[in-house]
Design a protein around this ligand. Structure first.
Ligand code: GLY
Length: 366
């Protein structure tokens, strides 16, 4: 399969996402086609990415000055100090707005670099090479950038669309299965909120996707990005519709936060558990046909990840509720949940009393 290209059109910027095997061989051609020029570039590389693939890319980027920072990506290092280190180097080397910063790494690296790009002299060019499945199907699309602070995750940030995204499929080969399932969680989320056909495709092709079957994985990444594109083009700044991308995430964030972002539960696993909760909640209030709910839950169970009760019991109820209450989507005292009327028909405007959500979780944990 040839490389695929998707054009994202937002109010302030249009940019392309390229997906394919060996696309990094064509960097010069793509930069020329996309009319992206710079004299200096700073490349921030996630230390987790295999060095062999990194140097191949770096050699292919033509620039009068090339600087490299190796970044130890983690939620702990996703902070303002890491942004400052990037900014300092840009100032020291006298970068201008016409120069470029490039991220090669997963979602954390992309978020930190994208944020630095948005605030350096009010905006420098930004190219993203997402190297994980999660970042290729989700965080590299749509321009959310930012860092954590002691009050929570991603509380400092900006909407900064990149100038170009290059999703090289070969990067995915080095990822453990658990990391691939993490990306698959967002692929599944996109399919469920988009339409039944996309969900049926996943039911049929889950194993091919997770074993990185060439054409299937490329189609899946592009399809997933296309679903997100349609949402963010209508609502870039999450005023309303973009909230749909939080399907399963209200619960997921509370699971991750309650475990203090322990590596025992990664983001995708929390999202899969969160989707199950959102589906069960939808069923409880008669939003979703029994068969749709069953199919989603069976699909998630077939991934054989750990379950809610492997991490939590009734002792954790208050902590979970505490984190659900501080979700960014909530207004007044109600909890905003993204629910499902049927596969492909999400409901973004359901608000519930804390006690209703608590009662639901009580039953799940019991
Ligand atoms: N990952 C959710 C969003 O980009 O809005």
């Amino acid at each position: 399969m040839r490389q695929s290209k998707l054009l994202i059109k937002t109010k302030n910027k249009n940019y392309s996402i390229f997906v394919g095997k060996n696309i990094t061989n064509n960097i010069s051609k793509i930069l020329k086609e996309e009319k992206i020029k710079f004299n200096k570039c700073l490349i921030i590389v996630d230390k987790k990415v295999p060095k062999s693939s990194i140097y191949k890319i770096i050699r292919k980027i033509k620039s009068k000055l090339k600087k490299i920072i190796f970044f130890n990506s983690s939620e702990k290092n996703k902070n303002i100090n890491s942004v400052n280190k990037i900014l300092d180097l840009l100032f020291k080397e006298n970068f201008s707005r016409d120069d470029c910063i490039i991220s090669i790494g997963g979602g954390i690296t992309g978020d930190v670099v994208g944020f630095a790009a948005s605030i350096f002299k009010r905006g420098i060019k930004f190219i993203n090479f997402p190297t994980t499945l999660l970042s290729q199907v989700d965080s590299s699309v749509g321009g959310k950038t930012g860092v954590n602070n002691r009050y929570g995750k991603n509380l400092i940030g900006s909407f900064n669309q990149p100038d170009l995204v290059l999703s090289e499929i070969n990067f995915l080969k080095s990822l453990p299965k658990r990391e691939l399932i993490c990306g698959y969680a967002e692929i599944l989320k996109h399919a469920i909120i988009a339409d039944k056909k996309k969900f049926l495709f996943l039911e049929k092709n889950k194993n091919k996707i997770l074993s990185l079957n060439g054409d299937v994985i490329q189609k899946t990444i592009i399809d997933s990005c296309t679903i997100k594109k349609k949402v963010i083009e209508k609502d870039e700044k999450e005023k309303n519709l973009r909230k749909v991308l939080n399907f399963g995430h209200t619960f997921a964030h509370s699971f991750e936060a309650s475990l203090r972002y322990s590596k025992k539960l990664n983001h995708g696993e929390a999202v899969l558990m969160g989707i199950k909760c959102a589906v069960k909640f939808s069923k409880k209030i008669n939003h979703i046909p029994e068969n749709d709910a069953k199919r989603i839950i069976n699909h998630i169970d077939s991934l054989k990840i750990k379950k809610l009760n492997d991490f939590f019991n009734l002792k954790h109820l208050e902590t979970l509720i505490k984190f659900i209450k501080i979700d960014k989507k909530n207004k007044s005292n109600k909890i905003n949940l993204i629910l499902l009327k049927k596969i492909g028909k999400p409901d973004i405007n359901s608000n519930y009393n804390v006690n209703t959500v608590k009662k639901f979780l009580y039953n799940e944990l019991n």
